[in-house]
Design a protein around this ligand. Structure first.
Ligand code: CTP
Length: 415
């Protein structure tokens, strides 16, 4: 994203001819909203789905599909040479085949052939086309050449069929593209790995309408799932309460409410996971009873004024103990989170070091929380601690960038 003082980034949004072309309008808008300069380069087929006037009005720039418009400005090389980031959404199988073959038969293909900036491609097509060996080979070629090809979402396609091939939500594409532009790479190092993540906050009901909970948004847990999915992993997210979030490509979401439900969901799946990351903000206590009808104000034991609490099970510590006891066949690497505040005597980092020892996990991501810090925000920062005494600083970045740093550390620690 551009900061107010930084020059506007030059973003090229390429659009190929698929039904999802309309979603490109939201992508153009998202870049324009942070003051990026956007040039839309559609294929001729894309204009069957969305008109040139729409792209011109949204981007504020002329739109052409061929190398023979504005020839005096040598647009077929200039657009690609000047771009800071190219995002193609949707990309069809045909467009990827043309890029992989190094063709330059329209303005979009020529632009990519010239570009030296990061290129992010978001494919969308029917599942059969996505799985076709020709497409698989082309995607592999593009990735080997340093182009980021985003995994498509799973779900409803144009007709009644559903499967992998949907264009991810525009916001997901923009977030990934921004992370890639800031240096995040998405190697396929988690291919074939099973990843289990906890996300969001748990709720402990006092009566049918009131609960003890926290303001965790679940964004960091979902960002971890997004990056893992893009790095090839099979992802399951056990999610408590979260804000509305897009499902990472192919991820399974298990919705839970209380800590005990999250505990059960994790223990059921822990023995199959290669990596377990516990990013959830778990309620440590629950009321000893849950009233079946709404409690009234008052001063007796059955009113809202007296709530007796019981301690909840520790999901992370129990999972580590089960691994130590040899109960988890897959011997997963386990990553915990610590949301800490420092005080006059001890820093947040020192508290986190003690927590790593207490919980017994392999890595611990520590971030400092407090009013206005981290919870619900789009940015995060902190330190990744390991059992060898290592402390790696994670600089302030989007939750996707922080997730990428955690996966880099987890993958290298496993090795
Ligand atoms: N956690 C868990 N089960 C719990 C509490 C916490 O799995 N009942 C996990 C969290 O998901 C996180 C890590 O443990 O990965 C640390 O959470 P935190 O709330 O900081 O730790 P607590 O053990 O509750 O310690 P504190 O006394 O500081 O609240």
């Amino acid at each position: 994203m551009s900061s107010p003082s930084a020059p506007a980034r030059k973003i090229v949004v390429g659009v190929a001819g698929g039904i999802a072309a309309y979603k490109a309008c939201h992508i153009i808008r998202a870049f324009k909203e942070v003051s990026d300069e956007v040039r839309v380069v559609p294929t001729a087929a894309a204009l069957n789905f969305v008109g040139k006037a729409t792209f011109e009005a949204l981007s504020g720039n002329p739109v052409s599909t061929t190398v023979f418009d504005e020839v005096d400005k040598v647009q077929h090389v200039k657009i690609g040479q000047e771009a800071d980031l190219i995002v193609i959404a949707p990309a069809t199988a045909d467009l990827m085949a043309r890029i992989a073959a190094g063709r330059s038969d329209d303005l979009l293909a020529a632009t990519i052939l010239v570009a030296t900036c990061p290129v992010v491609i978001a494919p969308a097509m029917h599942t059969e086309m996505w799985h076709n060996p020709a497409t698989v080979a082309n995607v592999k070629t593009l990735r080997e050449r340093g182009i980021t090809v985003i995994e498509p979402a799973h779900g409803r396609l144009t007709g009644k069929d559903s499967g992998p091939g949907r264009l991810p939500d525009p916001e997901q594409i923009v977030d990934i593209a921004n992370a890639v532009a800031r240096g995040v790479s998405l190697p396929r190092d988690l291919a074939g790995k099973k990843v289990l993540i906890t996300a969001g906050g748990t709720k402990e009901y006092i009566d049918p309408v009131r609960f003890i909970g926290n303001s965790s948004s679940g964004k960091q847990g979902f960002a971890l799932g997004e990056i893992a999915a893009q790095r090839g992993a099979e992802v399951t997210i056990v999610a408590g309460s979260t804000v509305e979030l897009s499902t990472p490509a192919g991820a399974e979401i298990i919705k839970v409410s209380s800590t005990r439900e999250m505990f059960e969901a994790v223990q059921e799946r822990a023995g199959a996971a290669d990596f377990i990351v516990m990013a959830a903000a778990v309620a440590d206590f629950r009321p000893d009873t849950q009233a079946s009808s709404k409690l009234k104000k008052g001063h007796d034991e059955d009113s809202l004024s007296v709530i007796h609490l019981l301690e909840n099970p520790d999901i992370l510590a129990t999972t580590v103990q089960r691994r130590t006891a040899g109960e988890l066949d897959s011997n997963p690497l386990i990553v915990g989170f610590a949301a800490e505040t420092g005080d006059e005597k001890t820093s947040a980092l020192e508290y986190a070091k003690a927590k790593l020892k207490k919980k017994g996990c392999d890595l611990l991501m520590c971030n400092e929380v407090g009013v206005g810090k981290v919870f619900g925000h789009d940015d995060n920062q902190g330190w990744i601690l390991d059992t060898q005494g290592g402390v790696e600083e994670v600089k302030q970045g989007s939750k996707l960038e922080v997730a990428a740093a955690i996966w880099d550390r987890a993958a290298s620690f496993r090795r």
